[in-house]
Design a protein around this ligand. Structure first.
Ligand code: SF4
Length: 282
């Protein structure tokens, strides 16, 4: 059986940078270490960090927490108000927001100040999108599907700045822009979709189109892994979304001559290697 692992599988630059920042804090400095929400969408890694004294600061209960120790802001970033609240409560803030997300914060902050309304193409429930919204000082709306454009208020027809969640599907973004073009005048568009996401999606499609079984490895709560799964499923009906090697089912490989593997941006290399070993030994 031939095994093809996507080169882009696993941690992206921003996640790697954030995770490394957390590990660098272990054993250094005084006081407890927190991450603002789970550092990545991977329960295995979060559990491992907890065992080493890195606690997850509950986003919903921030006002109940005492401000002591260091808090690491994850790659998704946070809103301006969360950052200010953490500082006011006395936490030492270590900002591991991905520079690509930081750039979106800067854009929406500047454009809002110039009087632009902001449209964010993305998932309104995703922490990155909540963070982006929190850097807008004026009107802001999130759009996910083309139908959402029809529901926009009239004042969103002109002087609009469009950005995208970094992990938003590129083809969907193009679809939204094509529809927006017809109704918006005086608009500025920033394609803020991260290259890492695009490259991973393009390669996942390519690998999935040439295999008999495709494995997408990542946490069930990771939106970028979910998107990879959707893309791969379009190319290979025998595509499976797994969290760890424990989710594998031997039946999937019975008649497979070629097996492909890709993984989301928050999947540690160790987990990918375990899956590779299982498949190779099958
Ligand atoms: S996907 Fe891109 S924007 Fe998001 S954390 Fe990774 S490198 Fe940064």
């Amino acid at each position: 059986m031939e095994l093809i692992t996507a080169k882009t599988a696993g941690f992206c630059f921003g996640v790697k940078r954030a995770v490394e920042q957390v590990y660098a804090q272990i054993g250094a400095g005084d006081g407890p270490i927190y991450t603002y929400g789970p550092i990545i969408h991977n329960q295995e890694v979060v559990k491992e960090l907890e065992a080493q004294g890195v606690h997850v600061l509950a986003e919903d209960h921030l006002e109940e927490e005492e401000g002591r120790g260091r808090v690491i802001i994850r790659s998704h970033g946070v809103s301006r108000s969360v950052q200010e609240r953490l500082a006011k409560q006395g936490y030492e803030i270590l900002d591991a927001t991905c520079p690509f997300v930081k750039k979106i914060h800067r854009i929406v902050s500047e454009k809002s100040a110039e009087g632009y309304k902001v449209l964010v193409a993305g998932n309104p429930d995703h922490p990155e999108v909540k963070g982006i919204i929190g850097w807008c000082s004026g009107p802001v709306r999130v759009i996910t599907e083309p139908e959402d454009i029809e529901k926009l208020p009239d004042d969103f027809r002109s002087k609009v700045c469009v950005v995208a969640q970094t992990t938003f599907n590129y083809n969907k973004f193009k679809l939204l822009l094509a529809k927006l073009e017809k109704i918006l005048y005086d608009r500025i568009v920033f394609n803020s979709i991260c290259n890492a996401t695009q490259e991973r999606q393009v390669e996942a499609r390519q690998v999935a189109s040439g295999v008999d079984c495709m494995l997408v490895v990542g946490d069930q709560h990771s939106s970028n892994t979910q998107k990879l799964y959707e893309i791969c499923l379009q190319e290979c009906a025998n595509t499976h979304f797994i969290e760890t090697v424990r989710d594998l089912d031997a039946l999937w490989f019975e008649n497979a001559k070629r097996v492909g593997i890709t993984a989301g941006a928050s999947t540690p290399h160790k987990i990918i290697e375990e899956v590779q070993t299982y498949v190779r030994e099958f």
